[in-house]
Design a protein around this ligand. Structure first.
Ligand SMILES: Cc1cc2nc3c(=O)[nH]c(=O)nc-3n(C[C@H](O)[C@H](O)[C@H](O)COP(=O)(O)O)c2cc1C
Length: 206
């Protein structure tokens, strides 16, 4: 039996908890960006999805800071028009968690975590080595339907870990072990149910 939830009457924290624990598991966008003075920034966002596949557009929803200001990622993306979305592997869970700590805009999370990076192909923010995938994005637009600011990024280049790519360019689905989010905790993919799996095709659709 389903019980009605008075979602419109819930206080914002309870409403947040309801969606955060039920719209789950969510993928995590681990986002690098640069401030206008070139300081590197890294932060995770699980209110994250594909907004379009043609062209490929990704979307993250950025909450305001507790003081009402903009988080560094949003400020950087609006100022520079560029960011890189990474899909982190499970073993980097501690690094993902630490990169979410509230720090001064001059703090370089990539240096703090000693994460190795490489130059991106098109944009200026760096690509983190060892992630499952990385999507270089240029800012398409921001929208503010409510509390969060939606950031839409057009993917201008993409990277995948070599162990995920088969020689024919397909993704080895069994090798994908992403980190996810349920509510305020992390999720790993130790148990994957492959009953719904379709035959791999070069350009599979969801
Ligand atoms: C796994 C995870 C997912 C998160 N998802 C979001 C999110 O979707 N939106 C958001 O605004 N903050 C999210 N946060 C919190 C931000 O990562 C955090 O506020 C961070 O300090 C922002 O960094 P910045 O100021 O450098 O942009 C998440 C934190 C974690 C650990």
């Amino acid at each position: 039996m389903m019980i009605p939830v008075p979602i419109g009457d819930l206080d914002p924290a309870a409403r947040f908890a309801m969606v955060s624990w039920t719209l789950a598991p969510r993928p995590i966008a681990w986002v690098t960006s640069l401030s206008p003075d070139g300081t590197r920034n890294l932060a995770p966002f699980s209110f994250f999805t594909v907004a379009s596949t043609d062209p490929l557009v990704l979307m993250i929803a950025v909450e305001p800071r507790d003081d009402g200001g903009r988080k560094d990622t949003l400020a950087n993306v609006v100022a520079t028009g560029e960011f890189v979305v990474h899909i982190a592997p499970e073993h980097l869970v501690a690094e993902v968690a630490r990169s979410a700590e509230d720090t001064d805009p001059s703090f370089d999370e990539l240096a703090d975590l000693a994460l190795a990076t490489a130059d991106a192909e098109v944009v200026r923010p760096p690509v983190i080595d060892g992630c499952l995938a990385a999507f270089e994005c240029t800012l398409l637009e921001t929208r503010q339907p409510g509390r969060e600011t939606l950031v839409f990024g057009t993917v201008v280049a993409a990277h995948a870990a070599d162990h995920l790519l088969a020689p024919d360019g397909r993704i080895r689905s069994a090798a994908v072990r992403p980190l996810g989010r349920i509510g305020s905790v992390f999720l790993t993919s130790r148990q994957i149910d492959s009953r719904g799996a379709r035959r791999p095709v070069a350009h599979s659709r969801p």
